[in-house]
Design a protein around this ligand. Structure first.
Ligand SMILES: NC(=O)c1ccc[n+]([C@@H]2O[C@H](COP(=O)([O-])OP(=O)(O)OC[C@H]3O[C@@H](n4cnc5c(N)ncnc54)[C@H](O)[C@@H]3O)[C@@H](O)[C@H]2O)c1
Ligand SMILES: [Zn+2]
Ligand SMILES: [Zn+2]
Length: 379
């Protein structure tokens, strides 16, 4: 089969790889019909994630058709069109039982933090992902959800990660009616977080980024204010002024370790790798939230340490909430929101690229060229 193949930082290509096989009675083989490239894939592509091995196929956002099933699978049948959550979860461990499908204790047994994730290095279990023609889906009775007949498959593929992650970012913010919510990052995740903040009752939503076409997009898509951090001076000061010097009620970090905007963070976090990615957006979030406010982090950082202003967290009495999105837990509600038209996921798709052109798609998405917001790959 054809599959994306990681060759080292900034080097990916399409190769022929052996087709995956059923290895466990609860496996499914899914024939991929659409997959996405995610901001999380860029951390891999930029070489920021430890133990990203040459030869791995990335891709944790995919939908497809069930091609084959292991003998113990009860909940799926061959031919079903399925949404496959990016988290690989056993459904039975203490963490899965709490709905913490991103923190499964079984699917990534050599780690104690994150559970298994498709196509996300050996730190997340070493599973090959869905930027390929076929993918092996373990715990097939747990993760996959059959796509409703009346759902557009372009919407469905965005329910594997981006929509649930943006939604959970807002949910973890504990937004109360009328709250001012600041979202750092106008990528697909930040766009969805801004959109979903209204569903939780926000009274004002402000997005910060430095890419004008994304700021323009989010202003229209999420009916929010959006500012370029390069033209507002110190973003923390700007946000304090904008909130009567109180600070925002809720700040969301939808950027993670690839953040720009502070030379010291960029050099130590992205160039020298003395910390697990640049924590610029997280810094701004902590410093611009109000005393007693909530900082919700969905931006991804590496497993080691970061330079964050923890003293300010203590002295301001900030609550920090963070996690990988728990996709399976959120899917039933999000399917309803999409069906009701309250969220229009496919509007963020800017590029449809044949799988064969995966290298070009990574380059365009990484360098933010051609007004790229969300590229999807068609095998
Ligand atoms: N927790 C989860 O479950 C989960 C799931 C999906 C993605 N993520 C993470 O969410 C983050 C965003 O993903 P994405 O797909 O939207 O990525 P993306 O790269 O498309 O978007 C990130 C945006 O942040 C902007 N940015 C850079 N520095 C900034 C700063 N200092 N302040 C404000 N904005 C800044 C960039 O210009 C870009 O538009 C990534 O870290 C990704 O790994 C987490
Ligand atoms: Zn993703
Ligand atoms: Zn589990």
């Amino acid at each position: 089969m054809l599959a994306m193949n990681y060759r080292g930082p900034f080097r990916v290509r399409v190769d022929h790889k052996p087709q995956p096989e059923i290895l466990h009675p609860n496996d499914a083989i899914v024939k991929v019909t659409r997959s996405c490239i995610c901001g999380s894939d860029l951390h891999l592509y930029h070489g920021l994630v430890p133990d990203t091995r040459v030869g791995m196929t990335f891709g944790h956002e995919f939908i497809g058709t069930v091609e084959a099933l292991g003998p113990s699978v009860q909940n799926l049948k061959v031919g079903d069109h399925v949404i496959v959550p990016f988290n690989i979860a056993c459904g039975k461990c203490a963490f899965c039982k709490q709905g913490l499908y991103g923190n499964c204790h079984e699917s990534n047994p050599h780690a104690t933090a994150v559970g298994g994730i498709f196509g996300y290095s050996h730190t997340a279990g070493g599973y090959d992902g869905g930027q390929a023609e076929y993918v092996r889906v373990p715990y097939a009775d747990v993760g996959p959800v059959v796509i409703p007949d009346d759902m557009d498959h372009d919407d469905a593929v965005l329910l594997t990660d981006v929509v649930p992650t943006g939604y959970q970012a807002a949910e973890m913010g504990g937004i109360k009616t009328g709250d001012t919510v600041v979202v750092f990052g106008a990528g697909p995740v930040g766009i969805m977080a801004a959109k979903c903040a209204w569903l939780f009752g926000a009274g004002r939503v402000i997005v910060i980024d430095h890419i004008e076409y994304r700021l323009d997009f989010v202003r229209k898509y999420a009916q929010c204010e959006a500012y370029n951090f390069n033209s507002i001076g110190d973003p923390v000061l700007f946000l304090k002024k904008a909130t009567d010097w109180f600070g925002a009620d809720v700040c969301i970090d939808a950027v993670g370790g690839d953040a720009a905007g502070n030379a010291m963070q960029t050099i130590t976090g992205r160039k020298l790798m003395l910390q697990a990615g640049s924590a610029t957006a997280l810094h701004w979030a902590i410093n611009s939230v109000k005393k007693g406010g909530i900082v919700s982090i969905v931006g991804v950082y590496g497993p080691t340490d970061n330079l964050v202003p923890i003293g300010n967290v203590v002295n301001k009495g900030i609550t920090i909430r963070a996690n990988q999105a728990s996709v399976k837990r959120l899917l039933p509600r999000l399917i309803e929101h999409v069906k009701a038209g309250r969220i229009d996921p496919k509007a963020i798709i800017s590029h449809r690229v044949p799988l064969q052109e995966v290298a070009e798609a990574y380059h365009i998405f990484s360098a933010k060229l051609d007004n790229c917001i969300k590229p999807i790959l068609i095998p």
